[in-house]
Each structure stands twice: as structure tokens, then as C-alpha cells.
Design a protein around this ligand. Structure first.
Ligand SMILES: *Cc1c(COP(=O)(O)O)cnc(C)c1O
Length: 468
């Protein structure tokens, strides 16, 4: 399998070549040259496979530059009950008839990003070891991504993490999750500013190409193809649990921000998994809902980006979205480039032609958005009727899912975080604290390891140079 860019660079690269890279050189995103089709016999053979074996079967369709035995071992050590809590790894939990949750957030940081990031940590360690190289991962986080990256990379050979976060602005729990890590290869940098300042520093450091090369700076952001690929697996796993034979269809509802999670659903559907609808749910930051309703994609400025109680979906620009548009346009790279490079970069928006917009239906997408009041009502209702506590992001997904339930088509709502991560809103909705997994009790009291720095890219560079 080879990979090409959405913006026309047709140089074909192998999986391991793009594993450690971000954007393609022409500014596009990497996609496989084609989606392997899974026929009925293969689906039948995969039904009933344990999660790690299913993951290996799917990944090996896309990865042919790691020996099969090695890939199998990497997958087997990633998806274990010890790390993800159950043998199923992503078990379904029934709610009302026809609607179930798929639990994706029982990994080390209690959010679905662990599903991909844990694999990425093992792939990075393997590939760097094979090449005899090292990598310094630099990132900015306001919560979920940074902690998932740190827990995936802690203790890994050849990898160090430098994670910037806004000092004093994360929840006590999120801060404790990251800052309590004592691993020598994890560096928490608390920046005396806001999240945008952290991101600006990352950009400034990455734009210094000489520094970037000398210190082997890399990233683990959500445009990484390996992350997306790892997420394809749980769409298959959810389908097999919700159905008994391959003539049945299901729909998935996905709380969305950067379009990474639901893009994996799109890939699964393109491979032939019988998915009827992909229900995209946003919060008040409804860039994507607007697109699927109107055909206009209009990115927002930071002044127009709301801080909500489902903060991991507070995005103004969906970094993976170009992948879907490329497929929607029949893989017309020139048109994709025009929309994303010329129109979005220069004017902040594009609108599809009528014919282009009409094709969306073939891809199964529908969408909706919800508000803080909706989240509170959904969390309360789910607790009262089903004694199930859900987090704010999952509540967005469930709320929108209910508008798209069809008779005879199971609706699977992806649970993207545990309520323990968002205690403040749970207390507001239910008047009680969420339960915490045993391993997370009292983490606020653990010793913390972090360095406070001013908003100063030079100081961050010095810190990296000293510790890399
Ligand atoms: C990252 C995240 C999302 C959004 O996922 P995308 O892949 O960016 O669309 C939703 N919910 C939670 C809890 C997250 O951490």
C-alpha cells in the first residue's frame, strides 16, 4: 500500500515513511492510493475475532513495510485488557432499544484518543529503533491530546515529549494526569499564557527549520494517518457486536471536532463495512454541522470560537476534513487544492457546487449540533432512565443521534470520554461527583513534575536544547 497527498503530490510513499511526518510536502494530507475492499467472506471471517486480531487484520491491509510478525506483536501489546479495561477493548453498552454506546474511553487517560495514541507510541518506538533515530515530540494541549500523547510515549526508547499547556488553565484533574508523570522522557511546560500562546510557540519553533532538523522535532497531531487508521478498527468491532450477520446495517454517531474520529468511520464505510449513516455531532462550535447542512465550510476566528462544556470539540477549523472532501470530489486533487489552499487560506471559506453538495448523501453523512442546556438535559436523562453516567462530549453525540434513529438500524454512539474528566458539568447536571476509576483516585495529591515558562519561544527552544 502506498500513500499520496490530497493536494496533488503523487509521489508514492510507504506507511513507515509517512508515520513520523505531519503534512505532505505540498501542504496536503496523506491518504492511501485506494481503500482495500472487504467482501462478505472477509467480514464473516473477521466476525468474532478478538480485538487485537481484528486490528492486525485491518492494519495489515494498509501497512506492508513492517514484517507481519512484528506488526502483530505491536498490536497485541497495545490492545490488552490491562490497558483498556476489558477483553472486548471497546464494549457496547445498551441504552434505549436501538441505541447503544461504544466505550472508547477506558484507556489510561479516559478519552478515546488513547485508542490510537497507544498504538502510535509502540509504532514510533519500533520504527525509530529500526532506523537508529530519536524524535522529540513538541505539542500544545488544553487537555485530552497532550495527556494521551504523554501516556503513550512515557518510557519509550528514542522518544521525548515536550508538551506546552496554559499555566493554571486546565482542570485540576487534567493537570494532575499530566504533571504527575515522573518519566524522564516526559517534559511538561506550563506556559504563563493561554492555549493560543502555546500553539504560537509550537509554530514558531517548528518554523525554525534549522532548529527543527537539528533537534529532530516532530508532532503527534490528529492529521497523522496512523492515528486515523487505528480508529478504523473500532468501527468494525462495534459493528460486529451490534449485529448477527453481514446483511445488517448500523449507524454511528460521533462527537466531532477535528474530524479525525468520524473520518475513520468514513474509511471503514469506504472499505465496505455496512454503515448506513455517519451522524456528525458538534457543540456550539458548529463549523462542520453548517457544512453538512449547507455545503459551505467557513472556518472561525478565535473570537468566534466558543469555550464550551465539551471543550475537546471547541475547534474553529477541522484539521482532518480535507481527507473527506478529497474523496467526495472523486479524488480531484486540483479542486481540493483550490478549495483548501486558495479559498480557505485566502478567504476563510468555500462553498461546494450544487452537484458536489448533492454527492454527500452517497457518503452517508448527516449532522446536528447541541448546546450546553442540551448536554445537561441529556446527561440527566441518561442517568435517570438508564443509571448510566455519560460525559459532555458523548452527550452531544447522543443528543444528535436520537434525531437520526431509524427502525431496524442499530445506532451506535461513540463514547469519547469518561465523565470523571468533566466533573464540573456532571455536578451541574446531576448534583453529584462522577465516579473515578480506582487508578485515578487522589491523583491531585501526587507530586507534580513541570516547568513554568513565560510566553517566549526562545526560552522554550533553550529548554528543548538542554533536555533533548
Ligand atoms: C478529541 C475529542 C473529540 C473530537 O474528536 P475529533 O477526532 O477531533 O473529531 C471528541 N470528544 C473527546 C472527548 C475528545 O477528546
Amino acid at each position: 500500500m502506498k500513500y499520496i497527498s490530497t493536494r496533488g503530490d503523487r509521489t508514492e510513499r510507504g506507511f513507515c515513511e509517512i508515520l513520523l511526518e505531519g503534512l505532505a510536502p505540498d501542504g496536503g494530507l496523506y491518504l492511501p492510493t485506494h481503500y482495500p475492499k472487504v467482501d462478505a467472506a472477509t467480514l464473516s471471517a473477521w466476525r468474532g475475532l478478538p480485538y487485537p486480531e481484528l486490528a492486525f487484520a485491518i492494519l495489515s491491509l494498509y501497512i506492508d513495510d513492517i514484517p507481519a510478525a512484528d506488526l502483530k506483536a505491536l498490536v497485541a501489546k497495545t490492545y490488552t485488557p490491562g490497558i483498556f479495561g476489558t477483553r472486548e477493548i471497546t464494549p457496547l453498552k445498551p441504552l434505549e432499544p436501538g441505541v447503544q454506546l461504544e466505550a472508547l474511553s477506558n484507556g489510561p487517560t479516559l478519552a478515546f484518543k488513547d485508542m490510537a495514541m497507544q498504538l502510535l507510541g509502540n509504532l514510533f518506538e519500533y520504527e525509530l529503533g529500526r532506523r537508529g533515530e530519536t524524535l522529540n515530540i513538541l505539542g500544545a494541549t488544553s487537555g485530552d491530546t497532550g495527556s494521551a500523547a504523554e501516556y503513550a510515549m512515557r518510557g519509550k526508547q528514542g522518544v521525548k515529549v515536550f508538551m506546552l499547556s496554559p499555566h493554571g488553565r486546565m482542570s485540576a484533574f487534567q493537570q494532575a494526569q499530566m504533571f504527575s508523570l515522573q518519566d524522564a522522557n516526559i517534559h511538561n511546560i506550563a506556559v504563563e499564557g493561554v492555549f493560543d500562546d502555546c500553539q504560537d510557540i509550537v509554530k514558531a519553533v517548528s518554523n525554525d527549520l534549522e532548529f527543527k532538523r537539528r533537534h529532530k522535532i516532530g508532532t503527534v497531531n490528529s492529521i497523522n494517518w496512523a492515528r486515523l487508521l487505528a480508529q478504523v478498527v473500532y468501527y468494525f468491532a462495534g459493528y460486529f457486536q451490534a449485529t448477527r450477520h453481514n446483511e445488517e446495517q448500523v449507524s454511528f454517531a460521533v462527537p466531532s471536532g477535528n474530524f479525525g474520529n468520524i473520518c475513520a468511520g468514513h474509511v471503514a464505510r469506504m472499505m465496505g463495512l455496512p454503515i448506513k449513516r455517519l451522524v456528525l455531532a458538534t457543540n456550539e462550535n458548529d463549523v462542520l454541522d453548517e457544512f453538512f447542512r449547507t455545503g459551505t465550510y467557513r472556518v472561525r476566528g478565535s473570537a468566534e470560537t466558543h469555550e464550551t462544556s465539551s471543550p475537546s470539540m471547541d475547534i474553529s477549523k477541522a484539521s482532518n476534513f480535507e481527507r473527506f472532501v478529497f474523496d467526495l470530489l472523486g479524488r480531484d486533487a486540483a479542486r481540493t487544492r483550490q478549495l483548501f489552499k486558495t479559498e480557505v487560506e485566502d478567504h476563510g471559506a468555500f462553498t461546494l457546487s450544487r452537484e458536489e453538495f448533492a454527492r454527500i448523501a452517497e457518503y452517508g453523512f448527516v449532522s446536528g449540533s447541541s448546546t450546553h442546556a442540551d448536554r445537561l438535559a441529556t446527561i440527566r436523562d441518561t442517568w435517570q432512565r438508564f443509571a448510566t453516567m455519560i460525559d459532555t462530549h458523548t452527550a452531544d453525540g447522543l443528543k444528535v443521534a436520537r434525531r437520526h434513529v431509524e427502525p431496524g438500524v442499530p445506532m451506535i454512539v461513540l463514547e469519547t470520554a469518561l465523565p470523571a474528566k468533566f466533573a464540573e458539568t456532571i455536578v451541574e447536571a446531576l448534583g453529584r461527583e462522577p465516579d473515578r476509576p480506582a487508578a485515578m483516585r487522589g491523583i491531585e495529591q501526587l507530586p507534580k513534575r513541570f516547568t513554568v515558562m513565560r510566553v517566549d519561544a526562545q526560552a522554550v527552544k533553550r529548554f528543548i536544547a538542554e533536555n533533548a
